[in-house]
Design a protein around this ligand. Structure first.
Ligand code: BTN
Length: 308
């Protein structure tokens, strides 16, 4: 345990003020060092109140700081603000961070969406990127994204009774409105996945409706604010299990059960090209199979899909 971890643990163990003197005795370091560590903790986002009698850890049910994640603490990299959790996560992944490291931020100044779009990332939303190193063939990496969407949809359904559905490939909608988007970035070494950064943006207590009418937040749906930490923990538990026991056929089956794309007429924008047709099915790698107007089948593996 670092001195900072020890301070947090001591402050957590008493629901009251702990004096600098007591902390200094327990840690065996000077009161000035304690004060410096406390300043560092506050800069890192810890809600510690300084009073004339000492320090108090404020209870925040929505804290996303590592110390609030119990056993997962070491996995969590917290930023009050960053450009994009994707940037931070990719840097960590390239430096060799452990599997299942998570970068989470309160705000992103350059939040990224799919197809080079920006992702509005104001206060109250849940923005994180998870680094995974799945031992699966490269051609199946698309299924890891579909699996992340299935798992987050299940969390929303089971914990909040929200009718979360999937639009190909991995948007989560409630009604016709988007509540969650997923962006991933990966690097390969030969035919192996070196790492995947799976970036998830979930509208929780933010108000995306003010920027785009086709978006919705959990708070808006439930009529109450929701602690983001419990959502992230529930997702991590589920997704960790998923990756450990990864089964492509199960992912496809579960994705199909929640999807609202198959059976619809769709238009898919793929970089320079637009493909239109009836969405017939998804293939074993998560590609969308379309029946075009001339009757031919075409499978698209990437793109922006609009239901018509
Ligand atoms: C989409 O366009 O639907 C994908 C949006 C993904 C947004 C998340 S927020 C956390 C992570 N960091 C980013 O900059 N983007 C992803």
């Amino acid at each position: 345990m670092t001195p900072k971890d020890k301070i947090i643990s001591l402050l957590k163990s008493v629901d009251d003020v702990v004096s600098g003197e007591v902390l200094s005795e327990r840690l065996g370091i000077s009161r000035v060092s304690i004060w410096k560590h406390i300043q560092g903790l506050v800069q890192q986002g810890a809600a510690i109140e300084t009073t004339p009698k000492g320090y108090r850890l404020l209870q925040d049910p929505d804290s996303l700081t590592p110390w609030a994640f119990g056993e997962r603490q070491a996995q969590i990299h917290y930023f009050p603000e960053t450009t994009s959790t994707m940037n931070e996560a990719i840097e960590l992944a390239r430096e060799g961070c452990p599997d299942f490291s998570v970068v989470v931020a309160e705000r992103q100044t350059e939040g990224r969406g799919r197809m080079q779009r920006t992702w509005a990332s104001g206060d109250g939303g849940l923005y994180f990127t998870l680094v995974v190193r799945p031992a699966i063939p490269l051609q199946l990496v698309g299924l890891v994204n579909l699996a992340a969407a299935v798992d987050m949809a299940e969390v929303l359904r089971e914990h909040y009774e929200v009718d979360a559905c999937l639009k190909w490939p991995n948007d989560i909608l409630v009604g016709q409105r988007k509540i969650c988007g997923i962006l991933s970035q990966m690097e390969a070494e030969g035919d192996q996945v070196a790492y995947m950064g799976i970036g998830v943006g979930l509208n929780v207590n933010n108000a995306p409706e003010t920027e785009t009418p086709v978006a919705v937040s959990l708070k808006h749906l439930l009529g109450r604010p929701v602690p983001r930490r419990e959502i992230l923990l529930a997702f991590l538990d589920r997704f960790e299990q998923r990756i450990r026991t990864f089964d492509p056929a199960v992912v496809i089956e579960q994705w199909k059960a929640f999807n609202v794309t198959v059976g619809q007429r769709v238009r898919v924008f793929i970089l320079q090209e637009t493909v239109e047709g009836l969405a017939m099915d998804v293939d074993a790698q998560g590609g969308l199979i379309l029946k075009q107007d001339d009757g031919t089948l075409r499978t698209v593996i990437y793109g922006d899909c609009f239901h018509q």
